[in-house]
Design a protein around this ligand. Structure first.
Ligand SMILES: CC(C)(COP(=O)(O)OP(=O)(O)OC[C@H]1O[C@@H](n2cnc3c(N)ncnc32)[C@H](O)[C@@H]1OP(=O)(O)O)[C@@H](O)C(=O)NCCC(=O)NCCS
Length: 160
């Protein structure tokens, strides 16, 4: 794993940071366990996924502290390919352009330049990602997947 120095961006009273030490697992797991794509995900799986990702935390700057209010992470080899996932902004902070700023920072990250393919999956936010260069798959017939949507529930039930 290459050493990627943490980066941060600031705007108004908000900060985006890729520093692993800044990420608030309680906030991130608290959202992801109720998100439609990761319902019931165990906390330790979120922690492990973050250990092996480039994490973009979105924070509201408050006096003496910073409160996490959003997140996105990128799984990548830093050379050819990346996957963007787990994008969210907490409900109270939506509708003010923060996810667009988060996407701008992801796409501008110096270690994510020159990739041949950047993928993501979304149910209804195509219009967000479209603004940052994402398009429907050019050749879906060339893509394949192993997909187990109920995996987290099976793990909780001890079936995996
Ligand atoms: C999607 C989400 C991250 C947007 O965050 P936000 O900070 O409220 O969004 P912004 O204010 O930056 O604006 C989002 C832009 O994308 C567009 N958009 C397209 N699809 C959208 C969707 N499903 N939800 C929100 N915005 C959407 C908006 O119209 C807006 O564009 P515009 O300003 O040019 O009109 C937020 O609603 C969220 O966390 N939703 C629940 C989790 C989720 O669905 N995440 C994405 C998984 S792929």
């Amino acid at each position: 794993m290459p050493l990627i120095p943490p980066i941060s961006w600031s705007r108004d009273r908000f900060t985006i940071s890729t520093d692993p030490a800044h990420q608030d697992l309680d906030c991130i797991h608290g959202y992801l366990r109720r998100a439609y794509w990761s319902m019931d995900i165990p906390r330790e799986l979120v922690a492990r996924s973050m250990e092996h990702s480039l994490n973009f935390g979105l924070f509201q700057d408050t006096p003496g502290a910073a409160k996490q209010i959003g997140f996105a992470r990128v799984v990548t080899d830093y050379a050819t390919f990346a996957w963007l996932g787990d994008v969210f902004v907490l409900e109270d902070f939506r509708g003010r352009g923060l996810s667009k700023w988060l996407l701008q920072c992801v796409m501008a990250h110096p270690s994510l330049q020159g990739l041949r393919r950047f993928l993501l999956a979304t149910r209804d936010a195509h219009g967000l990602y479209k603004q940052y260069g994402f398009t429907p798959l050019a050749a879906p017939d060339r893509m394949m997947e192993v997909f187990k949507p109920d995996m987290y529930r099976r793990q909780i039930a001890g079936q995996e």
